[in-house]
Write a protein that binds this ligand. Sequence first.
Ligand SMILES: [Zn+2]
Length: 306
Amino acid sequence: MPRPGFPRSIMDFQTRFATEEDCRNYLFDCRWPEGFVCPGCGGRSAGQATRRHLWICTACKLQTSVTAGTVMHATRTPLRTWFWAAYLVATYHPGISAKQLQRQLDLARYETAWLILHKLRRAMVAPERGLLHEEVEVDEFFLGGLEEGLKGGRQRGKKALVGVAVEVRGRGSGRLRLAVLPDAKSASLAAFVTDTTAAGAVVHTDGWPAYRRIAKLGYEHRPLVARTAAPGEQMLPRAHRAVSNLKAWMHGTHRGVSAEHLAVYLDEFVFRHNRRRTPMAAFQTLLGLGAHQQPATYDQITRSAA
Ligand SMILES: [Zn+2]
């Protein structure tokens, strides 16, 4: 039996996940698509202790949590809230702020919405490890309007240098990568290319001399200069499209992103871009149902991201 499919509409979602038990059953089906198998003794029969999302093996009494390894592990927030949050984050294309999530899910506390959103965002990083290949456009650009940290007062207008790499797929775009760069020097740009793109790929850049080094790193470098482009033809069109979409999104959804959170927002944008046609994969990845990710604790999040 394959994994359960993704609801096709918001009505379908609402019907399918109407109760806590519906959500628990879905987690059960994701974990044990062939039916319960005890990780201890291999037994196929289990009873349920619903309050803690536990299944108890009839033969050896071992308890297995159906939320272990997911973002919902040890949570006190209802599973329905998590499911709705992941659904909204996965399918709402402009992205969603903690304030919007709090309102949509009718959460009493802003902190709960913020924490859920940050835990879901953590899942946006891990699956992005595969390297881009075949043919890739690479560019770098300044992203402005960032805020400094809150300590010592707000300071608007700080800019960050961001690298963009996007696969050429016919006339369209394939997968995307974004990263904050320390500077536009040769070593930084070369590191960005080797971190994002598989050796052997054709790499298109503009004529900035600092990109020359990548030809020595196993890439087929094709720098473009204005005079080789046909009149009216835009250089690196896929990279430029991704950047303008990113800027619109940052401005529209996340006004006043702090500089130290920027990497997290870049990850979210990349995640959305790369899964824009596969909302089911996005939903499951966000909840930690795909890979066996370590659940993040509140402590880890506040220490690294707040
Ligand atoms: Zn057992």
